[in-house]
Design a protein around this ligand. Structure first.
Ligand code: FAD
Length: 475
């Protein structure tokens, strides 16, 4: 019987639950649905879209070595997907549809509709857990509720781990070449930063191997210093599913000889970051309002963000977006994002807090800007990170805790190397001056092209405190 495997954010052939099972059951036909209008609606930028399509091309090649044809449906939105996918299935006498679950609200709605139309047409549907190590919603508090605090979630997760089946699956056996042919792909879009992110599972595995063989043991000591190559930078491949989280866990278990419960070790700390990813995905599932732009903490909906209709606020926003705030580490981070499509985690926290707290600009504006520029853009992690920074989320940083951009810079870029790399106009400053460039009285007419700080930190602090305190008094 013919099996249809619908690929989505799982663009690989290794450790692919739906593909593996389908091949056990019979002859496999693969499909991918291109929905540019939907992607645009979800705020994907050009780099992420290009990265997805290049990974699709790599998947197509890999499937060819298995004699699995790949059909491409070019639609606009999710709304058209159920009918088009059903038509494809009927045209090719498919008996089963198999896919790995996704957790965003629109994706879930689409998948329910697909399941309904298939079932009512007599085609069986099999769904798999893939993005998460443990089944979504399986870890609940003593009260039977979803966790909204990370640390207890992580502890519970460690307890549950030994009973879970987590060995990565092999690639399925090749099948006999059949009658069906692979569809041509659309012309692949180009992007100046794409060369930094080679597409496909082979590139992803190579990077995982390099990281786990060399840098994983030192991860806990190095991960907070953006000038070091201390983190894996695997997030883009995890986001499109060219790499699975089980492959990551297996590498960490291998290097640590199974010891991952201590966060003070490299592997233990790294796995806890993978658990943050799980945590935010579980939240998205438990609280659909997160997919719809709402705050996790309802009372923070009333925060008085500065209005974007004001030209000063627009100027502040543009300075943040272009890396021209006059705060060197913030600006270096934003320029890293613009140039590469990726930003170090420490700096995502810093820049997100700078926008939402120091500039008092709605975190959703920053969330959308990140989504537009990140190659690893992912609703659950991006939303989780922004709401954490803005103190509107779960397990949020207390609203009165603000990262000081200067002390963060002295602490996490002590030599100024990261700043120098991204802000050549400050490269002449020594490691003391570079964090807070001296205001040059002779330079009022701008012979140095680095801007003065756009905001006074003391004023900013008072302003955001007042904003949060206003929540207590108003009804
Ligand atoms: P490593 O440190 O090597 O960690 C390994 C993997 O664990 C990452 O690839 C990622 O999949 C996961 N991970 C690590 N940290 C986190 C975290 N804090 N939350 C969730 N998952 C994590 N991550 C995204 O994948 N996509 C996003 O759109 C995204 N937006 C963010 C926005 C903000 C404001 C913040 C504060 C964080 C965001 N993150 C996002 C989380 C984190 O910054 C990135 O996952 C990480 O920097 C990726 O680098 P890495 O692969 O080297 O991570």
């Amino acid at each position: 019987a013919r099996q249809l495997v619908w690929f989505r954010s799982d663009l690989r052939t290794l450790d692919h639950p739906a593909l593996y099972q389908a091949r056990q059951q019979g002859e496999v036909l693969a499909a991918f649905v291109i929905t540019p209008a939907q992607w645009q609606q979800h705020g994907w930028g050009a780099l992420k879209t290009a990265f997805v399509l290049h990974n699709l091309a790599a998947l197509q090649q890999q499937l060819q070595t298995l004699n699995i044809p790949l059909k491409i449906l070019q639609l606009q939105t999710f709304a058209e997907t159920p009918a088009a996918l059903l038509q494809l299935a009927q045209q090719h006498q498919v008996s089963n549809l198999l896919f790995n679950d996704e957790y965003e609200w629109n994706e879930q709605q689409r998948d329910q509709q697909v399941e309904q139309v298939f079932l009512s047409s007599g085609i069986a549907v099999q769904r798999f857990t893939d993005q998460l190590l443990l089944p979504p919603g399986s870890l609940l508090t003593g009260k039977g509720e979803a966790y909204s605090v990370f640390t207890p979630f992580w502890r519970r997760w460690l307890q549950a781990l030994p009973t879970a089946k987590l060995h990565p699956l092999p690639e399925p056996q090749p099948q006999h070449p059949g009658q069906l042919t692979t569809d041509p792909l659309p012309v692949l879009p180009q992007h100046p930063a794409l060369h930094l992110w080679p597409a496909g599972q082979a590139a992803a595995l190579q990077r995982l191997q390099d990281f786990s063989g060399q840098r994983l043991m030192a991860y806990q000591q190095q991960r907070d210093f953006p000038a070091l190559d201390g983190t894996s930078s695997l997030s883009p491949w995890l986001a499109v599913g060219a790499l699975s989280v089980r492959q990551c866990l297996a590498a960490a278990l291998h290097v640590s000889h199974g010891q991952i419960s201590d966060k003070n070790t490299g592997p233990g700390c790294w796995v806890s970051e993978l658990v943050w990813r799980e945590f935010y995905r579980n939240l998205l599932l438990a609280f659909p309002r997160l997919s719809r732009g709402r705050t996790f903490k309802p009372e923070t909906e009333r925060l008085p963000w500065r209005s974007l209709n004001n030209s000063k606020v627009q100027r502040d926003l543009q300075a943040w977006q272009s890396g021209q705030t006059g705060f060197p580490l913030v600006d270096a981070a934003m320029r890293q994002l613009l140039a590469t499509g990726w930003m170090h985690n420490r700096l995502r926290m810093l820049t997100a807090m700078f926008l939402s707290k120091h500039l008092l600009i709605d975190w959703r504006v920053g969330e959308a800007f990140f989504m537009q520029h990140l190659v690893d853009g992912d609703l659950a992690s991006n939303n989780g990170g922004w709401q954490w920074a803005a103190s509107t989320g779960t397990d949020a940083v207390p609203y009165f805790r603000l990262f000081n951009p200067y002390s963060q810079s002295q602490k996490f870029d002590p030599q100024g190397d990261f700043i120098r790399n991204w802000l050549p106009e400050l490269a002449h400053l020594d490691h003391k001056a570079i964090h807070q460039p001296p205001v040059d009285k002779m330079d009022l007419f701008g012979s140095s092209n680095y801007p003065q700080p756009i905001v006074d930190l003391k004023m900013a602090r008072d302003r955001v405190m007042a904003a949060f305190e206003s929540l207590r008094s108003s009804p």
